[in-house]
Design a protein around this ligand. Structure first.
Ligand code: F6P
Length: 531
């Protein structure tokens, strides 16, 4: 690993420069956006994704200081470490090789090549199985083809596959087998799905990296019981089960045929695992060819992340915007607003990716961080969000930086699809503009007067109808929602999260914070029932 002595982020020279810049008076966005060059100057592009940061509260000086922070923090060297397969997950003493799952050959022979071979072999196995399922060749214990597949898993074993399967179904990729997802251990969650299904034609994928997550284990137990109660012989229930895990021996007792057991490795973090066999539901839903495109999209972004110059590096630039807003302009949160109905699952997926990765306050040297790390990630679909909580973003007392995500072309074939699509995208533009430019007192007085209000009412209502504006946002654009573009978009956020972790000096690949609750749960399970 590239040796870099640990320095607290706030002790870096560039950090201090940025603090001063944040205190100096940068013109408001309403002023900055008057420059006709601004829109074009702050556009970046990679792997089919355009990033527009013209509505961020930055100028050249801030941008250069942020780049200097990245350079001082050794971001480029750490990115190379990630791609070389070094032990970047320092608290668990292992690499984080999700980039190898989508085709990056680790440049650290001989084990780099071994890993690529392992990855390719398992990929071929699970893609071949997915094709069999799609062709109706996965037969249940009574010889009937499986038509419905239920994914049982939680966190990274659910959110990524669930989001991608939905996105691809809504955007029109034919899915010959119906996919269902159950992650909540509440019995009604499972029941709500099972009551619509035929046990003779239903298969289950038990997804768990550790194969010890109690919620998933209970769901698997209930699913097996449902199958046996429907008359399947105890020794044939396993034929309708698939296990995907990094702990194959723990799954062995379930009687699952060897060809229905898929493997991935401890060097793939749960929230980075959709590219591994955990992506099996995706592969079943969209097929081997489209799954390969999904991996290729992520690989396109990997190549960009590995090779691009800092000033053109999308993940780095997004990371820096987050750091500027959070650490220097004191925003505590980031709202993600996809203006694409197919991306309804994107925010929950991103919440785990960002907050489980960077929601930490212990530095790599074991000292406590005195700076803010991951912001609260929240949000949801535009346009609905505008009619729910955007009021707070426009006029509330907290600053809410935003990522707007737009898709240029619709895949709908409704007769009025273009009108619908324009409505969606114009809404997105209008919101970004309103948040950036706001409406000051003079403009508000003018607008209310034009509405025909009396002078008294104009005076009375003006304070309520001013929009402070100056709220920063980025816009991400993709042409169409496809396996390839979605893969690239997801990898973009993954790399952004990694870059931020480097600058904050924390490890994004562990998640010790969730362990205590698990331990207490285990103790409670061992204790006598409460009632
Ligand atoms: O919530 C903690 C966590 O370990 C996540 O990191 C992980 O994605 C999820 O639980 C599920 O874990 P597993 O795949 O081992 O069941």
């Amino acid at each position: 690993m590239n040796p870099i002595a640990f320095v607290r982020p706030e002790q870096r020279a560039s950090w201090q420069v940025l603090q001063q810049l944040a205190q100096s008076t940068l013109p408001d966005l309403s002023q900055l956006l008057k420059s006709p060059q601004r829109a074009l100057a702050w556009h970046f592009e990679a792997a089919g994704i355009t990033l527009d940061i013209s509505r961020q509260r930055i100028n050249d000086e801030v941008f250069q200081a942020l780049l200097h922070l990245a350079q001082e923090s050794g971001v480029q060297a750490r990115i190379q470490d990630l791609f070389r397969g070094e032990s970047v997950n320092v608290t668990e003493g292992r690499a984080a090789l999700h980039v190898a799952l989508r085709g990056s050959e680790m440049s650290n022979p001989p084990w780099g090549r071994d890993i690529s071979n392992l990855v390719k072999a398992e990929l071929q196995r699970f893609l071949a199985f997915a094709e069999r399922v799609r062709a109706g060749q996965w037969l249940g214990a009574k010889g009937k083809p499986i038509t419905d597949v239920v994914n049982l898993g939680i966190g990274g074993s659910d959110l990524g596959p669930r989001m991608v399967v939905r996105a691809m179904r809504i955007s029109g990729l034919a899915q010959p087998v119906r996919m269902h997802f159950v992650s909540n251990a509440d019995a009604l969650a499972l029941q709500a799905v099972l009551q619509t299904l035929d046990p003779d034609r239903t298969g289950f994928i038990i997804q768990s990296k550790s194969f010890t997550t109690p919620e998933t284990m209970l769901l698997a137990q209930s699913a097996r019981r449902w199958l046996s109660d429907a008359g399947l012989a105890a020794n044939s229930v396993g034929r309708q089960l698939v296990a995907v895990t990094a702990q194959a021996p723990l799954a062995a007792s379930l009687g699952i045929p060897a060809e229905q057991m898929f493997h991935f490795w401890d060097w793939v973090g749960g929230r980075y695992s959709v590219w591994s066999a955990i992506g099996l539901p995706v592969a079943i839903a969209i097929g081997a060819q489209a799954f390969s495109e999904f991996l290729a999209g992520a690989h396109d972004m990997d190549e960009h992340a590995r090779t691009a110059a800092p000033a053109l590096h999308l993940p780095l630039i997004m990371a820096l915007m987050g750091i500027w807003n959070g650490n220097f302009l004191r925003a505590t949160n980031l709202n993600i607003a996809p203006y694409a109905y197919a991306l309804a699952g994107f925010v929950p997926y991103l919440q785990q990716l960002e907050m489980e990765s960077n929601g930490k306050s212990t530095h790599l040297d074991g000292t406590t961080a005195r700076i803010q790390t991951a912001p609260l990630i929240w949000g949801g679909l535009g346009i609905e969000a505008q009619h729910a909580y955007f009021q707070l973003i426009h006029q509330g007392a907290v600053m809410v930086p935003m990522d707007f995500i737009g898709v240029r072309q619709t895949q709908s074939n409704l007769p009025l699809a273009i009108e619908h699509h324009q409505m969606v995208l114009q809404n997105m533009q209008a919101q970004a503009q309103a948040l950036a430019e706001g409406r000051d007192q003079a403009q508000t007085v003018k607008a209310l007067t034009l509405e025909g209000l009396s002078d008294a009412d104009v005076q009375r209502l003006t304070p309520y109808r001013i929009y402070p504006g100056n709220n920063p946002s980025s816009m991400l654009w993709i042409d169409t929602l496809s396996p390839r573009s979605l893969g690239a978009l997801m990898a973009l956020y993954e790399h952004k999260v990694f870059v931020q972790s480097v600058i904050w000096g924390i490890n994004p690949f562990d998640q010790w914070g969730v362990e205590l609750g698990k331990t207490l749960l285990t103790q409670m399970k061992a204790a006598p029932p409460l009632a």
